[in-house]
Design a protein around this ligand. Structure first.
Ligand SMILES: NC(=O)c1ccc[n+]([C@@H]2O[C@H](COP(=O)([O-])OP(=O)(O)OC[C@H]3O[C@@H](n4cnc5c(N)ncnc54)[C@H](OP(=O)(O)O)[C@@H]3O)[C@@H](O)[C@H]2O)c1
Length: 342
């Protein structure tokens, strides 16, 4: 089968492409999916460089996002059949079922992420347990569906489940132009929030305004905190920060009393210094989050089917051009998602 993969960690040059990669075999609870589209996420390049503390086996096929057609079903599969158009949940949930996590089963230890612990979507075929499958509505393309599992799911988890944004709430997402950012802007607008974001170029800023952002600031503006505070003197209700140490102090100072900061990434590093006294005097809420729960996934699919959100696809590449696609991704010169097709 066609696959893009690597046999060691490293820079773009480790990415190889083959049309003779062994096709996976399915277990009785799995289906074989012929992949039609897989979108690129930052985790793909982080994994390629070597995810800190994680041992993987080589050759490794990246890709947490999988949209395609069911072409074979295991004997124990009851809800899916050949020909079904599906998108996969990005992880296979653990068999462990702690009742505390009944609404958020992804919090049980032992989950496995496609493209991390399991072969991912940069391949023509993937074996996927029935429990991780979702039908794609007829009016949603494979390309758009492939942007849902990692970026879209994490954004809706933050906005609906963690922040529970309501009409009129003020919400800041640092870095609005990427996969997660463009979803966060649209989802927060969908909930009626006032959306504030940042970016790196005037061209991107205009596109983010077109997407619905109410306020867009240049991320390198040294007066950014003062400018946001001038518009929102009472402070912000919620901030989604996946940038890390370079934005943490700004996020912290921008929150209102009882406001909420959400972390889901670490582009500029892993550690920050927290002022405990300010945290309790200002009654701040701090949440970490990763991906989302099955309800988030279905809600997201429904929003797409109802055309209430529209994933932004910047460029599509054939799977044979996975290296060029990741190079484009690493340049940062895009809005939304870069998608691989087959
Ligand atoms: N926890 C989870 O489950 C989860 C799931 C998905 C993604 N993530 C994380 O979320 C982050 C975004 O992922 P993605 O796939 O959406 O990546 P992406 O498409 O590359 O988007 C990254 C965004 O960050 C902005 N940015 C980069 N450096 C910045 C800085 N120093 N200050 C402010 N903004 C900066 C970018 O540029 P511009 O400023 O040019 O607009 C862009 O908008 C990554 O850290 C990823 O690991 C986490």
């Amino acid at each position: 089968m066609k696959a893009a993969y690597y046999e060691s960690n490293g820079n773009l040059e480790v990415i190889k492409y083959s049309e003779d990669f062994p096709k996976p075999e399915i277990k009785e609870n799995e289906v074989l999916v012929k992949v039609k589209a897989s979108s690129i996420n930052m985790i793909d390049t982080v994994m390629r460089n070597g995810y800190p503390g994680l041992q993987i086996s080589f050759p490794h096929i990246p890709g947490g996002d999988i949209a395609g057609e069911v072409v074979e079903v295991g004997s124990g599969v009851s809800n899916f059949k050949t020909g079904d158009r599906i998108v996969s949940f990005p992880i296979v949930l653990s068999d462990i079922e702690n009742p505390k996590f009944v609404d958020n089963p992804q919090l049980n230890f032992g989950w496995k992420f496609f493209g991390m612990h399991l072969p991912g979507g940069y391949a023509e075929y993937v074996a996927i347990p029935e429990s991780s499958l979702y039908n794609i509505p007829d009016n949603v393309s494979y390309e758009k569906a492939s942007t849902l599992p990692t970026a879209g799911l994490t954004a809706i988890h933050a906005i609906d489940t963690i922040a529970n944004l309501q009409k009129g709430d003020t919400f800041l997402v640092w870095g609005g132009s990427g996969g997660l950012g463009t979803y966060a802007i649209q989802l927060a607008k969908q909930r009626g929030a006032i959306v504030i974001t940042t970016t790196s170029t005037e061209e991107k800023a205009q596109k983010l305004k077109d997407l619905g952002a109410d306020y867009v600031y240049m991320r390198d503006d040294e007066q950014i905190v003062e400018k946001i505070k001038a518009n929102f003197p009472g402070g912000l209700d919620a901030v989604l920060d996946y940038v890390g140490p370079t934005t943490f102090d700004k996020s912290f100072s921008l929150l209102r009393n009882d406001g909420r900061i959400m972390f889901c990434g670490m582009i500029t590093g892993r550690e920050v210094t927290l002022n405990i006294q300010q945290t309790y005097f200002r009654h701040l809420n701090i949440n970490g989050l990763f991906l989302g729960n099955p309800k988030n996934m279905q809600d997201l699919i429904n929003l797409l089917a109802e055309e209430k959100i529209d994933p932004i696809i910047d460029t599509t590449y054939d799977i044979s051009q996975a290296k060029e696609a990741q190079k484009h991704f690493e340049s940062g010169d895009y809005i939304g998602k870069i998608v691989l097709t087959f």
